[in-house]
Design a protein around this ligand. Structure first.
Ligand SMILES: C[S@@+](CC[C@H](N)C(=O)[O-])C[C@H]1O[C@@H](n2cnc3c(N)ncnc32)[C@H](O)[C@@H]1O
Length: 262
C-alpha cells in the first residue's frame, strides 16, 4: 500500500477505524454482518440478569439483544461508535451506553451475561486482557456467563500472513473498491490493518488510511489465560457464518465460589 501511494504521488493520513469517518467506513464494512447474533441471542435467553456488551461499537449485537427484550449496557471506548448505536435505538429504556475502556471500567450493576463480539478481544495485548478478565470477574453476577469470539481454523491462518488486496465495500451509493493491507508485526504477534479508497489515490492527493492494530490470538491460548485468571475452562463452539468464515465462541464462567473480590 505504501509503495502504491508513493508511486502515485499520494500521501497517507491515518484515521483510526473506530473514530470520526472511520466509524462510517466500519459500518459499511461490518454493519450488515449478522454473524454471532444467533449464538449471542441464544446465550441471552438463558441469562439471569442484564447483559453487558463490551466493545459494543455501533451495536451490531446490542441492537438485536435490546429488540429481543434484553436490558443491555453497551460499553465502548469510542463515543463516535456509540453514537451510531444511540441513533439506532433513540431514547430506548432498555439500553445504556457507557464510554469506557474494557480494561478499566466500574459499573454499579452485576451482569448475567458479558459478551465481546467481532473478535474484539484481539484489540487488547496481554496486559490489557489481564485487566479485562479482572473487570469481567468483578461485573459478573453469581452464575453469570462470559462469552467472546475469536477466529479459528483457516480464517485464523489467513490472519498470519502479510497481504495486499483489493476488496469491494458496499455503500449507500453503490460499491467502492478499497485497497486492503494486512501487515504482520511484533514478531508475528500482531497485525496492522489498513484500507484506502482506490479512487482517492491520485497524484498530489492526501489519502485517508483507515487503520487498526490487532493481536493474533487463538482459542487455546485464550482458554489458558481464562483458567489462569480463575475462570472455568471455556466451552468452544463454532459460530455459524456465511461464506465459511471460521469463528469460535468461547463461553465460560467464574470458577470460584461466592467469595469474590469487589
Ligand atoms: C470490531 S469493533 C466491534 C463492534 C461490535 N461489537 C460488533 O460486533 O460489530 C471493535 C470495537 O471495540 C472498541 N474498542 C477498542 N478498544 C477498546 C477498549 N479498550 N475498550 C472498549 N472498547 C474498545 C472500538 O471502539 C470498536 O467500537
Amino acid at each position: 500500500m505504501a509503495a502504491r501511494l508513493e508511486r502515485e504521488g499520494a500521501s497517507p493520513r491515518a484515521q483510526d477505524l473506530y473514530a470520526g469517518a472511520g466509524t462510517e467506513f466500519y459500518e459499511r464494512l461490518v454493519g450488515p454482518d449478522r454473524a454471532e447474533i444467533r449464538e449471542i441471542l441464544a446465550l441471552a435467553r438463558g441469562a439471569a440478569g442484564p447483559i453487558l456488551d463490551l466493545a459494543a461499537g455501533s451495536g451490531r449485537l446490542t441492537v438485536p439483544l435490546v429488540r429481543s427484550g434484553e436490558d443491555v449496557t453497551a460499553v465502548d471506548l469510542s463515543d463516535d461508535m456509540l453514537s451510531h448505536l444511540r441513533r439506532a435505538l433513540p431514547d430506548h429504556d432498555r439500553v445504556q451506553c457507557v464510554v469506557a475502556d474494557m480494561r478499566d471500567f466500574s459499573l454499579p450493576q452485576r451482569f448475567g451475561l458479558i459478551v465481546i463480539g467481532a473478535t474484539s478481544i484481539t484489540l487488547l495485548d496481554r496486559a490489557g486482557r489481564s485487566l479485562l478478565y479482572a473487570n469481567v470477574r468483578r461485573h459478573l453476577a453469581a452464575g453469570g456467563v462470559f462469552a467472546f469470539t475469536v477466529a479459528g481454523g483457516a480464517s485464523a491462518q489467513s490472519l498470519l500472513t502479510s497481504t495486499d488486496q483489493e476488496v469491494v465495500v458496499p455503500g449507500l451509493d453503490g460499491d467502492d473498491t478499497y485497497l486492503f493491507s494486512q501487515q504482520i508485526e511484533e514478531g508475528g504477534t500482531a497485525r496492522l490493518v489498513n484500507w484506502v479508497r482506490v479512487c482517492e489515490v491520485v497524484p498530489g492527493s492526501e489519502v485517508t488510511v483507515f487503520t487498526s492494530r490487532l493481536r493474533l490470538l487463538d482459542h487455546e491460548l485464550l482458554a489458558r489465560e481464562l483458567v489462569d485468571a480463575g475462570f472455568v475452562r471455556p466451552e468452544v463452539s463454532p459460530v455459524r457464518t456465511p461464506h465459511g468464515v471460521d469463528i469460535r465462541l468461547l463461553t465460560t464462567s467464574w470458577a470460584g465460589t461466592a467469595e469474590r473480590e469487589q
